[in-house]
Design a binder for this molecule. Sequence first.
Ligand SMILES: [Zn+2]
Length: 74
Amino acid sequence: MRKKTLSIQCNQCGKEIFSYVKIGKGHVWHCWKKRILKDHSTRKGKQVLCNCGNLIGIDERVWIKLKQHHVYIE
Ligand SMILES: [Zn+2]
């Protein structure tokens, strides 16, 4: 399987939220926590937020379910 590291960025301020190891092809709909290399998010309960306050996703225990329309840079 092909592995690559993505930078998942906030669609409001452009800052990196996660550095994430993606395996295989296709969209990233959720981020497995064990594949997150760097985590710059802040948490409010189950909500995963950027420092700017933008909602990035929801913590669902084993992964972060992302809202759509975030930017992924390889
Ligand atoms: Zn932001």
